[in-house]
Design a protein around this ligand. Structure first.
Ligand code: F6P
Length: 585
């Protein structure tokens, strides 16, 4: 589809036959999806949705060049700041008009985004497939707040765990906490996967400049033993503490790595009692933690109303707190909370999560059918941010069944990916600028560097960010290429069509507070999208199938080669071949 010219809006998807999707026997989802009598919500059948479809036909042919020419205040009009967070969003380089925004807000209103947002903040069980409240916002609520779940105010529980974390973090940072042989702890290793890994990894990297540099932080997630080996090979177990992070404490990867760690510590130190000084747990499952051999006094709790991918500000953030210190951790929570307040109170047209959520819906469902979003942080410290966002966005909104158990009639969660600028510029940006696909971009930058990097170098970094947004939007015409000295015959190759949409997020400095606000912005953006698509953004039954199959496959691999298999011919031939060569080596 030619991007710079007139992308025809996709033909309206024929609403699928409204037959309920067959419930999977492998998941723990309730057999009958929660029904909401009298509330048959079909987003694609809403008049507001259809109005956007019609409107997209009008906007499709427009070019950002002309939109900017027609209104020289566009750049200062189509922007908003989330007060109290320091985060500024320029969305003027999206292919939208004022009318588009009004229509998007009407769709949000018809979808009851604000009512559902309020229900989430009030602790209602909006994760209907799992019958759970969704209360990551309680993790950063001030001590004085009241948020009830099943009649119990959960805020004091949150603060009690924060106090426990602060005490432990303080002891590791000061050297008061000693290993089994009396030595000071110098290495902190987080063992967890998914939400029990990606948030801490990202935050520790993002806030490295604020961290206690004498301590080494490592993260083990993969069941591939290489991950464990590389993380521990040069460390002394006597100076190492493991934080075993698992909401369920049953996850195969985490338990396998935790057992490997226990064996490493106990055999190297020749003392089974060493576990007490070298292992702590973060979990909701006290029984399994005890079974593993960790004293519940060294367990940091969280609750079923915290989703794994929404947990980096819970006790799952213990490694982050040890790295940056309790005060900085509190500042990060304050940043989260400031964005929560902004999301709760700002009107739609100045509400960053609402704007970003609805603009992404516009790109995904109406104008372009954009299948992906590139997240391009112009900060090397944010190099793990795209990976973090992948779980947040794709595990949340990668759903094809709506809240009533029916297949959706439109695309849901786009694919999020990215790399920090400027590295990506010398790699995949070519495709974004001149390829045939439309890839909306989120450019993220900061006005001040956090480290010792010079002002000149930071100016260069930011010059690249601004230049990329400009190039994406306005491109380069054949006339401009020729005026720049390109021979006429080569001009077509130098043309960049432009009209590629982007958001620019700008903050003063990458501080703990800013990071909290930035993550909360994306959390709430995901929420807005999920509400409009009428899906459950808080379950993840899709990941269960692979887990379930892997257990059976592992048993089959361990069985003799001649053993009977019930698998398909491809998988069973692969297993047999693996068994043959595994034996040979
Ligand atoms: O990968 C699926 C998942 O269920 C994620 O949602 C979760 O963050 C991760 O596994 C880890 O789960 P746990 O914290 O229970 O070990």
């Amino acid at each position: 589809m030619p991007i710079g010219s007139t992308p025809l809006p996709r033909p309206p998807a024929a609403p699928p036959a409204r037959t309920p999707a067959a419930p999977s026997s492998r998941t723990t989802a309730p057999a009958a999806p929660p029904s909401r009598p009298g509330k048959s919500v079909r987003p694609a059948a809403r008049p507001e949705w259809l109005a956007l479809k019609t409107h997209a036909v009008k906007v499709g042919p427009m070019h950002l060049r002309d939109m900017f020419k027609a209104d020289d205040r566009r750049g200062s009009k189509m922007c908003a700041e989330a007060m109290g967070t320091g985060i500024y969003l320029d969305y003027s380089k999206n292919r939208v008009t004022d009318e588009t925004l009004q229509l998007l807000f009407k769709l949000a209103a018809a979808s009851e985004v604000t009512q559902k947002r309020d229900a989430m903040f009030a602790g209602h069980k909006i994760n209907t497939t799992e019958n759970r409240a969704v209360l990551h916002v309680a993790l950063r609520a001030p001590k004085t707040a009241t948020i009830n779940v099943d009649g119990r105010n959960v805020v004091p529980d949150v603060h009690a765990v924060l106090d426990q974390m602060m005490a432990f973090a303080g002891k590791i940072r000061s050297g008061e906490w000693r290993g089994n042989s009396g030595r000071r702890i110098r290495n902190v290793i987080n063992i967890g996967i998914g939400g029990s890994d990606l948030g801490p990894v990202m935050a520790c990297e993002a806030l490295k400049a604020y961290s206690q540099r004498e301590l080494t932080f490592r993260f083990i997630s993969n069941v591939d033993g290489a991950d464990f080996h590389e993380a521990t090979r040069d460390l002394d177990p006597g100076e190492t503490v493991f934080i075993i992070c698992s909401k369920t404490f049953t996850t195969l990867e985490t338990l396998t790595n935790a057992n490997a760690a226990k064996q490493w510590v106990v055999t190297t130190m020749r003392d089974p009692k060493a576990v007490a000084k070298h292992f702590v747990a973060v979990s909701t499952n006290e029984e399994e933690v005890k079974k593993f051999g960790i004293d519940p006094a060294n367990m940091f709790r969280f609750w079923d109303w915290v989703g794994g991918r929404y947990s980096m500000d819970s006790a799952i953030g213990l490694s982050t707190m040890i790295a940056i210190g309790p005060e900085n951790f509190r500042a990060m929570l304050a940043g989260f909370h400031a964005m929560d307040n902004h999301f709760r109170t700002a009107p739609a047209e100045r509400n960053l999560p609402m704007l970003m959520g609805m603009l992404a819906i516009w790109n995904n469902n109406f104008l372009f059918g954009a299948e992906t979003v590139a997240v391009l942080p112009y900060s090397n410290y944010l190099k793990r941010f795209p990976a973090y966002l992948q779980q947040l966005t794709m595990e949340s909104n990668g759903k094809h069944i709506d809240l009533e158990g029916m297949p959706v009639a439109f695309e849901t969660g786009p694919i999020y990916w990215g790399e920090p600028g400027t590295n990506g510029q010398h790699s995949f940006y070519q495709l974004i600028h001149q390829g045939t696909r439309l890839i909306p971009c989120d450019l993220i930058g900061f006005c001040q560097p956090v480290d010792g990097s010079s002002a000149e170098q930071h100016d260069l970094l930011m010059a690249n960010l601004f230049a990329q947004g400009e190039a994406l939007a306005f491109g380069r015409t054949p006339e401009q290429a020729i005026a720049d000295g390109v021979p006429a015959a080569l001009a077509p190759f130098h043309v960049c069509q432009g009209n590629r949409p982007s958001n620019t997020l700008l903050a003063e400095k990458l501080t703990p507070q800013t990071l909290g606000a930035l993550v909360a912005l994306y959390e709430h953006m995901v929420f807005v999208q999920g509400v409009v698509w009428n899906i459950d953004s808080f379950d993840q039954f899709g990941v269960e199938l692979g887990k379930h199959l892997a257990k059976g496959t592992a048993a089959e691999i361990a069985a003799p080669r001649a053993a009977k298999t019930t698998r398909d011919s491809s998988t069973s031939a692969l297993i047999k071949r693996y068994q043959r060569f595994r034996k040979a080596t």
